[in-house]
Design a protein around this ligand. Structure first.
Ligand code: SF4
Length: 476
């Protein structure tokens, strides 16, 4: 039996995007933009550049630094580029689904990539197939490509506007034409997309941390439902979608985004820190130490420590170089998978009452193993504090989640969860506490995975987005 490090007991972001228009270093900048956003997807990456005539593509499986060597970057000539990092736990993480996709159609060359999920992709695909479209991948991006290609509208922006009007879901999209770069967010702005400038050129990225690495200046977030068209005349802003209403993914603040990013005017680190402050006020604990489950548990644990006056200590040390291991463990190595990633600092923990701070509980298996590990390291008491409300529902807008039936908070009440993970006490931050920490009202956010209030209706059977890929794979 081979063992892979279990990363599945977590929500996983699906993708990150980066785009640049009219810069001599387009390929290098796109590479670095993806490198900075590697946390948004580690399964595959791709870059497409154009010199205004032909398109040059390189895509591969794995991490950005492994896929792109100097020679590959050199081949990506042109002043305009888009890139993509992808995460997928479905069986269909092969090269054919790596983005960006590029293709030739009646109006020339075009390339596309997106972060998110088109919830009506399945029915649109059926409709397009019935009209003769042939698909090469199981990615929902390809549905958009076919809609654009079939449009009779005269200009690219009209064709795109027509196509995106047919889409439902949460997505941030980049489209590279021969002479323009387009960035677009869904009508609720569920997934992030930020706009910046470097040396007079426009850049687009999922997160501002990409701008920091390349020295670009953050200008603003692309608005929900906004389409920005960048060409030799500058930037044009269009709003082709009706009924736009902001519903930004609150989980970006809690877990997905890098803490040094600022999204929708909110610094991610600050929001996580403040959630810890609110948690300490709402659910205090009599304890000797506050210990984070690294990495995303670190800022809320610091906030909890500050607000409670209990010392903060790195009682769990994370191995940052964890990849996949195929070593066969002996049955006697308890919690082997978690130990690959985290190790308790026994001399700190022994005999202490600890507050353990983590970002979420998904299936609960990892939380149980961590509590067991900290208990085995000699902790006298373990008080688990979670920097998000209980995760009870699946995400359908670009985040890989288990079926709702597998989520611990969907099956158990608080006391049952506490017992199941083996903690002495367990508490989650409240919705009020979370939004107070974020500093923005609840009604401009999506919190469906906690509340079940989905901002975009999910038609048909409610299965997580990746099930679509599984269904399609089975058919092939
Ligand atoms: S359901 Fe959860 S993870 Fe998905 S977009 Fe909404 S808040 Fe984010």
């Amino acid at each position: 039996m081979s063992v892979e490090f279990d990363n599945n007991d977590h929500f996983n972001d699906e993708c990150g995007v980066f785009g640049v228009f009219d810069h001599a270093e387009a390929a290098n900048l796109t590479y670095l933009g993806l490198y900075a956003q590697q946390h948004r997807g580690q399964e595959s990456a791709g870059i497409v550049c154009t010199d205004g005539h032909s398109f040059h593509t390189h895509r591969g499986m794995g991490l950005v630094a492994d896929i792109f060597q100097k020679s590959e970057i050199k081949e990506l000539s042109g002043r305009h580029g888009i890139g993509h990092v992808r995460y997928s736990t479905s069986g269909d993480s092969g090269l054919r689904n790596c983005q960006p996709f590029s293709f030739e159609y009646a109006h020339g060359g075009i390339a596309m990539c997106h972060n998110g999920n088109i919830v009506n992709a399945h029915e649109l695909r059926r409709e397009l197939e019935s009209k003769g479209s042939i698909f090469q991948s199981t990615s929902d991006t390809e549905v958009l490509i076919h809609l654009v290609a079939r449009s009779k509208a005269k200009s690219m922006k009209e064709r795109l506007a027509e196509a995106v009007n047919r889409l439902a879901g949460g997505f941030s999209l980049l489209v590279l034409g021969e002479k323009r770069l387009v960035g677009m967010r869904d009508r609720n702005g569920i997934r992030p997309l930020v706009l910046g400038q470097l040396d007079g050129s426009w850049v687009l990225a999922s997160e501002t941390c990409a701008f920091d690495l390349i020295g670009a200046k953050y200008v603003r977030d692309v608005e929900p439902g906004e389409m920005v068209i960048i060409d030799e005349n500058g930037l044009e802003s269009l709003h082709p979608l009706e009924n736009c209403e902001p519903k930004f993914c609150v989980f970006e603040y809690v877990y997905f985004a890098r803490p040094d990013s600022t999204l929708e005017g909110v610094n991610v680190y600050q929001s996580r820190y403040q959630i810890g402050v609110e948690l300490a006020k709402e659910s205090p604990a009599d304890a000797d130490l506050v210990i984070p489950v690294p990495d995303s548990g670190v800022p809320p644990a610091m906030g909890f420590a500050e607000a409670s006056g209990i010392p903060f200590q790195m009682g769990l040390i994370r191995n940052h170089y964890v990849g996949r291991t195929f070593i066969e463990p002996k049955q006697s190595i308890r919690n082997f998978g978690v130990k690959l990633k985290l190790n308790p600092n026994r001399s700190l923990i022994k005999g202490k009452r600890v507050v353990l701070v983590d970002d979420s509980i998904v299936r609960g298996t990892t939380s149980r193993k961590i509590v067991e590990m900290v208990r085995a390291a000699g902790a006298a008491e373990i008080h688990m504090r979670i920097s998000s409300p209980p995760t009870k529902h699946s995400c359908f807008y670009g985040v890989d989640t288990p079926d709702a039936a597998e989520l611990m908070a969907n099956k158990m009440d608080l006391e049952e969860m506490r017992k199941a993970i083996g903690a002495d006490s367990l508490a989650f931050v409240s919705f009020d506490g979370m939004y107070k920490a974020v500093g923005k009202p609840r009604d401009v956010h999506c919190d469906a995975c906690f509340s079940g209030n989905y901002p975009v209706a999910i038609d048909g059977p409610r299965s997580p987005q990746l099930s679509l890929l599984k269904i399609l794979n089975k058919k092939q």
